[in-house]
Write a protein that binds this ligand. Structure first.
Ligand code: 7RM
Length: 652
């Protein structure tokens, strides 16, 4: 087979055309942190020097001897350097004129507001670090954190970093079993939780739930309970301690532990292809450099900005762009505890208006929900302070991008569609808002210093077209391992190609301008009569129809074509579902993509099964559409959705 034919056979056929492009305004570029196009070339010529220039902007206890030691898959960044992440996020701002600057502006779901200056965070973090020490926590010990989105969550994370304890944050929406599994895998010695947290006006009884987990977690010696409300719970004498009581007795200052650049900072669990979650390991110096640099250039953070990243600290986005990146930059941030539709569907826009948010970072799944709720909600609010918008977590379909641009950004804010993973630690593919012409649906280009490629199975580089997304040069915030499982680390990420490049697990295409279009996980690829179609492209075509708000497309077995398309579709509120609409939607997809993309079946559903971080679980939809018993549903935000869908599907 000639080379080109092989390429064709192996790469994803991208059929959806997206022609719109948005150039940054001259005014934005003039004030941008990254305003000089040479930055790409400079970084390309000397990536290590480029990263080191950001490391220079952090405070090191001892400077590194060497920027990088690399032998796939093992990386060491800023070798020999000594640094403390908490010191860089807090102390240095207190010393450098930001003592009274707001660090965290927190809104609880019921409506209370707390503002903590950098000084306040400094005081709290020092005391809590001492409290942890008092409970026997030492450098290298693992601490599990199971908290709602309250300031104490960020304080806990930073207090661990201060004393060199490894934090393992478990999203408060996870079940007691999931918590126990994560505690046991990391052999955590201490758990920080709360009496409860608010979600859509209800109370999630976290300590009560944690008590179930704690039945089977032999490594846990102590529990710290943050008092969020006045929720009933049982305190186990000797093991359980109230946060506020510990703080009353704690000393004011705790010397930061000077960590080796490669000492572990945290573990964060993420789901893989098997049932067992992977404990992704990040270390200190390189991670801080990566999150610091990307926060500065991608979010263009300035002292006067009010940054709002809507992610929970339970996800990597919260770790990198709520805690470490923005705080290393000395930013002022909004944190919101609750749901976007509580008490009403304009809560987010109320928060933007009240706090004068300037930079807003959220996920496509949220944007699609806002679309569904209609533009009246944002239109009722003054969003004129916004100057930059971001997206993360999934491919953003062009229609959602355009809606975000128009109704949230007032057609004046650049949008940074940021591609990255728990494993990459920091943003990898993204526009730089003052430099990059954006195209709706494309994450555009690798961040300076990052090298990404599209590759075939056999490792050939695809200059234009589709294939697997690979990262082919080490970067400072890269994962250093899977906790306790070096073999899985190697097999999952580093052995797909002979040269030891990093396999992302995502499919992507590159267009004629060299822009990257991330299409989603490679197992989200459908193969119809030899044509590989990305589920995302079919989904984009659906969502382009005015009656459709959200959709998930999966491949089902087809005798003739190998696979056919089954679509799960959520309609805009008030739209009637009937056979005629079904036919019109099929026609619409055919018009957008071509006849090979004609869906075989459409199931209308008000809800889709999603993980708690908002990613649609296509694996479960594939099970339903193929008549199999749906697999593990324990990571779903609402496991009942699957049963409902299954029943509906069988009736259909
Ligand atoms: C940050 C985060 C990682 C996976 C990744 C992709 C998908 C994330 C984008 C995206 C297209 C984006 N970490 N993904 N961002 N796909 N465009 N801008 O989400 O570990 O939870 O997920 O998310 O599939 O591999 S994560």
């Amino acid at each position: 087979m000639p080379d080109s034919a092989q390429h064709d056979a192996q790469t994803i056929h991208v059929l959806l055309e997206e022609g719109r492009a948005f150039k940054p305004s001259a005014a934005f570029t003039a004030q941008a942190n990254a305003a000089d196009k040479d930055i790409y070339e400079r970084a390309e010529k000397d990536p290590e020097g480029f990263w080191a220039s950001f490391a220079e902007e952090l405070d090191w206890h001892k400077k590194w001897d060497k920027v990088l030691e690399w032998e796939s898959p093992d990386a060491k960044w800023f070798v020999g350097g000594k640094i403390n992440a908490c010191y860089n996020c807090v102390d240095r701002h207190v010393q450098n004129g930001k003592r009274n600057k707001a660090a965290l502006i927190w809104e609880g779901e019921p409506g209370e507001k707390r503002t903590l200056t950098y000084w306040d965070v400094y005081r709290e973090v020092n005391k809590f670090a001492n409290a942890l020490k008092g409970l026997g926590i030492k450098k290298g010990d693992r601490v599990a954190i199971y908290l709602p989105m309250v300031p104490e969550l960020i304080i806990s994370v930073l207090a661990c970093a201060r004393i060199g304890a490894v934090h393992s944050v478990v999203f408060a929406g996870f079940s007691p079993e999931a918590l126990a599994e994560r505690i046991n895998d990391a052999e955590a010695k201490l758990l920080i939780t709360a009496d409860g947290g608010f979600r859509r006006g209800m109370i999630i009884p976290l300590k009560h739930d944690a008590d179930f987990a704690l039945i089977n977690t032999p490594s846990i010696e102590s529990v710290v309970i943050v008092k969020r409300g006045d929720f009933p719970l049982r305190v186990k004498e000797g093991r359980d301690h109230w946060y506020h009581r510990l703080m009353q007795e704690a000393d004011n200052y705790c010397e930061p532990e000077w960590m080796d650049s490669e000492d572990m900072l945290y573990i964060l669990y993420t789901s893989g292809t098997t049932g067992k979650p992977k404990g992704i390991v990040h270390t200190t110096g390189g991670y801080l450099v990566g999150t610091y640099a990307t926060s500065k250039l991608v979010f263009d953070l300035k002292p006067e900005d009010v940054f709002w990243c809507t992610a929970d600290v339970g996800w990597v986005t919260g770790h990198s762009y709520l805690v470490y990146g923005p705080m290393a930059n000395g930013a002022t941030q909004v944190i919101y505890e609750g749901a976007p539709d509580w008490p009403d569907r304009d809560r987010f826009w109320q928060i933007v208006e009240n706090n004068g948010v300037t930079v807003f970072y959220t996920a496509p799944t949220a944007i699609r929900a806002f679309m569904r709720w209609g533009e009246d909600e944002p239109d009722r609010h003054d969003l004129s302070t916004l100057r930059l918008l971001g997206s993360v977590g999934e491919p953003i379909n062009p229609e959602a991008w355009m809606w975000y641009h128009k109704h949230i950004g007032g057609e004046k804010c650049p949008i940074v569609d940021t591609w990255w993973q728990t494993e990459t630690g920091a943003i990898m593919i993204t526009p730089l808002p003052g430099l990059t012409t954006t195209k709706p649906g494309s994450a555009t280009r690798p961040f300076p210093g990052i090298k990404a490629e599209i590759r075939t199975d056999s490792g050939e580089v695809v200059e234009q077209g589709g294939g697997y997304l690979a990262l082919t040069r080490p970067w400072p915030s890269m994962l250093r391992g899977i906790y306790g499982d070096p073999e899985r680390f190697r097999d999952t990420y580093w052995t797909k190609w002979k040269d030891g490049a990093y396999f992302t697990g995502d499919g992507a295409k590159r267009d004629a301008d060299g822009y990257f279009w991330v299409l989603g996980r490679v197992d989200d690829v459908i193969n119809i009569a030899g044509h590989r179609l990305s589920t995302m492209e079919v989904e984009s075509a659906f969502v382009d129809h005015p009656d459709v708000v959200e959709t998930a497309v999966v491949g089902v077995a087809d005798e003739i074509k190998g696979q056919a398309i089954a679509a799960f579709v959520t309609l805009r509120e008030g739209v009637e579902m009937d056979d005629r609409l079904e036919e019109r939607l099929k026609e619409h997809v055919v018009r957008k993509i071509g006849a090979i993309a004609r869906p075989r079946q459409i199931l209308f559903s008000a809800e889709l099964p999603k993980t708690r971080s908002g990613k649609i679980m296509r694996r479960l939809l594939r099970d339903i559409a193929s008549g199999r018993v749906p697999g593990d549903t324990s990571t779903l935000a609402d496991p009942t959705v699957v049963e409902k869908l299954k029943r509906r599907y069988e009736e259909d």
